[in-house]
Design a protein around this ligand. Structure first.
Ligand SMILES: Nc1ncnc2c1ncn2[C@@H]1O[C@H](COP(=O)(O)OP(=O)(O)OP(=O)(O)O)[C@@H](O)[C@H]1O
Length: 662
């Protein structure tokens, strides 16, 4: 993608292929200011994350009343300072940045204020560089050691054509970075999974590549491997912390029908197709919402169906917030559709706990500072941190990350209905955004003075407003505009949204209280290294009566004599009861509940040619794993996946773009 794509255009007058900045701008932002404080501290449990700029609720920043600029600036370098100045907000005419820089999908970075006090990386910059060029500041860090003086070996290890930086060996055991309760029995990808024969990339981001994989023991069980890559200037240590934090959050949320399930964090070996590193084993999504919107047939999708999708996404966001987590990068690319058409949030790469004490949901809200998210979906209070926009620092006020999510939801709703993003970025240099702000104020002044009042459910803007007319319903436009209120302090909260009568009335084809049942991967084998470097492969099921051997029974390291004598580790097993006398296994539980990573009882019999490990004894055949979305007696049936046309067949692999409305 080039910067030349990066212009706003009239929606209906431009061919989709020529425009679209939705994908282009739908990137995570990169923080790369010298003042930037990297605030990730990923490998520790939530309680160790320091509070961010722990301000109490402060008035959110006002939009400048004079929003006069020329063309927008196409910049993606953003300050992430923790400026918490309390100086009065000035209304100033802003100068657009100058340099147009194209970025790839993954130019990402979060910048939060949570590490203000304790990050040892506080002065480091984290910049994505698709070419993997090293910088002098890079430090050697293999495994969990960091030696600042030496060059990082990773900079000399590239992945052929793709120039992806490789982690130095040995790859660190993920369990070193995971809290006890989610430590894993098996951390080697190849112990239990194989790549799909097609070996195609089904999606990618700035720091990952997603591939279809299969269970080694039951080939029809497909999953996604999100292979994580180091980003530019990132030390291995930072990589491990960043990825383990994303995993911990994703895993914590993986028990809701509208969240993409993340099962395991594994070590991935180098193969012909992929470089070594870490990866997530995830529920496989069919495609993302962005790919759906790109299809020409999307325009013909009924509004009720679009609203259904919106409500599902909103439920996913509500669930995250209820768990004390803000997603912070909501956009259609981060909503996956399951094979049944259920919308599921994904990509928690810049998500964060938003309470000062993550374990105490009644503790104060932890505000953020800095540029995070993706420009079309990031609210003005976040865009103030974009260094290229040259906003006054007095505008850069700590903001509530939940309001960021609400704004993103509003823009997603507008995008679903209008088939395009409403504007490229919510800053004064974007004419589309300025028009929207003017329209917002006009509507309040002329039509609904109480529009921003809590509990006011009078209809929102109608046909005369460009970004409202396609809703064909003043109540729907109310919800979209209230969520995407440029003013953070009056913006709809998630509570407001769920109390809104129009929102409540949206019929969905998935019930919020649907039992969430997911097909978990079969984990049978674990290979680990003992202190002397031996690789010992063993059968997880025979050694782990519980879900996680680290919790109760550690897998014993066996002597070679013992292995020779009892290769299958079955010898000491207690005398089995007669099969007929055994009670049937308990029904498979969903992923909800107490973090049961591996339910041995769910392990089906090894069925076929792919078996590499002896079957677990005394495990009766289980019924076929239920589909992830039960859909019997549904009052409403939608066919979200049956969207005609095929401008794009794969999700983020697509390079075409959707234009922005102006
Ligand atoms: N479990 C999955 N199943 C199918 N496709 C997936 C899955 N996870 C991710 N993808 C695809 O890969 C894309 C990139 O994934 P993701 O957003 O998690 O990576 P990322 O590096 O965080 O991306 P970015 O930072 O650029 O937003 C998604 O937009 C989606 O299209």
């Amino acid at each position: 993608m080039t910067a030349s794509h990066n212009h706003s255009t009239k929606i209906s007058q431009q061919p989709i292929s020529s425009v679209s900045a939705l994908k282009f701008f739908g990137k995570k932002l990169l923080s790369s200011n010298h003042e930037h404080k990297l605030k990730k501290k990923a490998s520790v449990p939530p309680s160790f994350h320091s509070p961010s700029t722990n301000k109490t609720e402060s008035p959110s920043s006002k939009l400048p009343s004079s929003l006069k600029t020329s063309r927008r600036a196409n910049s993606f370098v953003h300050t992430t300072n923790n400026n918490s100045s309390s100086s009065p907000i000035s209304h100033k005419i802003l100068r657009p940045g100058s340099a147009g820089i194209s970025i790839s999908r993954g130019n990402r970075h979060s910048s939060t204020s949570r590490n203000a006090s304790n990050s040892k990386f506080s002065n480091e910059r984290m910049v994505y560089n698709p070419y993997g060029v090293s910088t002098p500041s890079t430090s050697l860090s293999s495994s969990s050691t960091t030696t600042k003086k030496d060059p990082d070996l990773g900079f000399y290890l590239h992945d052929g054509d793709s120039n992806i930086r490789m982690l130095p060996i040995p790859i660190v055991d993920p369990n070193e970075y995971l809290p006890d309760e989610i430590k894993e029995a098996s951390v080697q990808f190849s112990d239990n999974f194989v790549f799909d024969d097609e070996n195609k990339t089904i999606g990618w981001g700035g720091s990952c590549e997603v591939r279809k994989i299969r269970s080694k023991y039951r080939k029809k069980d497909v999953f996604a491997l999100k292979k994580l890559n180091m980003i530019y200037n990132e030390t291995p240590e930072k990589f491990y912390k960043r990825c383990s934090k994303e995993f911990i959050i994703a895993k914590h949320l993986s028990h809701h029908v509208h969240i993409t399930n993340t099962f395991l964090l594994v070590k991935v070996p180098t193969t012909v197709y992929i470089t070594r590193g870490w990866g997530f084993i995830m529920e496989l999504g069919l495609r993302d919402l962005f790919a759906m919107i790109q299809k020409s047939g999307w325009r013909n999708v009924a509004l009720v169906e679009k609203y259904c999708i919106f409500k599902q996404v909103a439920r996913g966001v509500k669930f995250c917030h209820d768990q004390g987590i803000a997603h912070r990068d909501l956009k259609p690319e981060n909503v996956l559709l399951s094979p049944e058409g259920v919308c599921k949030l994904t990509d928690f790469g810049i998500s964060d706990w938003y309470h000062t004490d993550p374990h105490d949901l009644s503790s104060p809200i932890k505000k953020c500072a800095g540029m995070i998210g993706s420009p079309p979906y990031a609210p003005p209070e976040v865009m103030y941190y974009d260094v290229k926009k040259h906003y006054g620092t007095e505008l850069q006020q700590p903001y509530d990350p939940r309001a960021l999510d609400c704004y993103g939801l509003g823009i997603i709703l507008m995008t679903l209905v209008n088939n395009v993003i409403p504007f490229l970025e919510s800053c004064s240099c974007d004419t589309g955004f300025r028009d929207y702000c003017d329209a917002y104020e006009n509507f309040i002044r002329l039509h609904n003075r109480g529009f921003r009042d809590r509990g006011n459910h009078r209809p929102g803007p109608g046909m005369e407003y460009h970004l409202a007319r396609n809703f064909k319903n003043g109540h729907a436009s109310r919800v979209a505009w209230r969520l995407a209120d440029p003013e953070a302090s009056t913006r709809y909260t998630m509570d407001d949204l769920f109390e809104d009568p129009w929102f409540q009335g949206i019929e969905t084809c998935v019930d919020a209280d649907d039992e969430f049942v997911c097909k978990k991967p079969i984990i049978k084998t674990t290979t680990y290294e003992n202190l002397r470097g031996f690789h010992i492969t063993t059968d997880v099921a025979t050694t782990t009566p519980t879900s996680n051997p680290f919790l109760k029974t550690r897998v014993p390291i066996r002597s070679m004599v013992d292995i020779a004598a009892h290769p299958s580790m079955m010898a000491p097993a207690p005398e089995p009861a007669p099969a007929a006398a055994q009670p049937p296994p308990p029904p498979a539980r969903s992923c909800a509940g107490a973090e049961v990573l591996f339910t041995v009882k769910e392990t089906p019999p090894i069925s076929d040619e792919t078996s590499a490990v002896p079957a677990t004894p005394a495990v009766p055949a289980t019924p076929a794993t239920p589909k992830s979305t039960p859909a019997p007696h549904r009052a409403v049936v939608h066919h979200h996946l049956n969207i005609t046309s095929s401008l794009v067949t794969s999700s983020s692999a697509a390079s075409s773009q959707i234009q922005a409305s102006t």
